[in-house]
Design a protein around this ligand. Structure first.
Ligand SMILES: *Cc1c(COP(=O)(O)O)cnc(C)c1O
Length: 401
């Protein structure tokens, strides 16, 4: 987005504020759809947890997307945003049987990732179609190595447990209509991903009534220069071909499903903060902004590097800064980063702020969570108000002491 547009939004809506560019979200959605253009039935289920604002969900509904949800609350949000239950897949991990039954009652596609719940659910509801989440134990190791890993992962049913899984399905006569994997690791090497896909195809052969195969996500987008981006066009070309071939031998046209979060929304997002203090120390220059890990925790949690642009002075002389927040705790957004000269009250824009930023925000230090703005049809729309003091007190019970 244009710097001037962002500056105007910071002026109109205050700082800090999240801004999402609907055009970029649409572009990414269409890019992925066309990469898999040769597949007859493709379904993209946007992963709600990346950015769960209801207006963003409505945009995805308009685009024809489905939803991938990981909690009953995300299911409810999706329904509220206008999605039909059959457009929603529910892929939780470690939730109670009761919550899964609640989701099944709402009519969404259930995805089960452990044998204990599978057996219980299958015994009680043999007619409800269920997808199974497999752990293929494949991850990228080094450049082109394929290594067997993720043995410790809490996600999915291990492929080594397929015999047990099949026995449960036979005993309960339950209806398995989908096979799924989501390893959580980035797709850096397409051959590694295709290798994992083969394991999924092998597993799929065991089930006669499948409707879809879900390949999860892992699409990587660049954050800093030099980062690899998943080549979705190459992946689309190769996987589509293999998928169509599989459908032939399987004897039925299946749906190929993906559930991207980051790929669809990361680059569409900007987090705008205002510089409170420029502080020189003996070793560095700190730029302290009106935010912290209460609003954007990825750099502290994962070591993620979000590019930071001084949109108030984009053409200034570059200097080295440590960009930090105002939380009473170490909250370093960027260390020793080259940024064009920063003055107090300048607006800094954090890039790649669409995915896992607002959705992980908290009230730590009793600060308000920021406002959210959707840039749609060349206009800024407020899609979430900044919190107020009432929100901080909400649900707190003041007792008489
Ligand atoms: C988080 C999640 C995704 C989305 O992952 P991205 O890396 O954001 O694309 C997809 N599927 C499941 C089951 C998830 O938990």
């Amino acid at each position: 987005m244009e710097h001037n547009t962002l500056l105007q939004i910071a002026k109109d809506f205050g700082s800090p504020v999240y801004v999402y560019d609907a055009e970029k979200i649409t572009f990414q959605y269409k890019r992925l759809t066309s990469a898999f253009g040769k597949v007859k039935q493709l379904k993209l289920n946007y992963a709600v947890k990346a950015l769960s604002n209801i207006s963003v969900l409505k945009l995805f509904n308009q685009l024809g997307s489905g939803l991938d949800t990981v909690s009953i609350q995300e299911v409810q949000l999706g329904l509220k945003a206008g999605f039909k239950p059959e457009q929603i897949i529910y892929t939780p991990n470690g939730v109670s049987l009761a919550e899964i039954e609640k989701a099944a009652k709402l009519g969404v596609q259930i995805n089960i990732d452990n044998l204990s719940v599978l057996e219980q659910f299958g015994t009680k509801h043999p007619k409800t179609p269920v997808c199974i989440r497999i752990n293929p134990h494949v991850m990228a190791g080094g450049n082109t190595n394929i290594s067997v890993g993720h043995i410790d992962s809490k996600f999915g049913i291990s492929i080594h447990q397929i015999p047990h899984l099949l026995r449960i399905v036979e005993n309960t006569q339950m209806n398995i209509n989908g096979i799924h994997m989501h390893t959580g690791s980035d797709i850096l090497d397409i051959d590694v991903f295709l290798y994992a896909s083969e394991i999924l195809f092998d597993t799929a052969k065991n089930f006669k009534n499948l409707d879809f195969i879900d390949f999860g996500s892992g699409f990587k987008v660049p954050y800093k220069s030099g980062d690899i981006e998943t080549n979705v066009e190459e992946l689309g070309e190769k996987l589509s071909k293999r998928f169509n071939q599989f459908c032939k031998t399987y004897g039925k046209q299946l749906t190929l499903a993906f559930e991207p979060g980051k790929f669809l929304v990361s680059e569409a997002g900007y987090f705008l903060t205002s510089v409170n203090v420029v502080k020189q120390t003996t070793s560095t220059v700190f730029a302290q902004v009106d935010s912290g890990f209460n609003h954007l925790i990825r750099p502290m949690l994962y070591g993620s590097q979000h590019e930071i642009v001084n949109i108030s002075n984009p053409d200034g002389r570059e200097r080295f800064y440590s960009v930090v927040g105002y939380i009473c705790e170490t909250d370093t957004f960027a260390n020793n980063r080259r940024i064009s000269e920063i003055n107090e009250d300048d607006i800094l824009a954090f890039k790649n702020a669409g995915a896992y930023c607002y959705s992980m925000a908290s009230n730590y230090n009793s600060r308000y969570r920021p406002a959210e703005v959707l840039w749609y049809n060349k206009k800024a729309h407020l899609i979430r108000k900044r919190e107020t003091f009432d929100d901080i007190l909400n649900n707190q019970v003041e007792i008489d002491l």
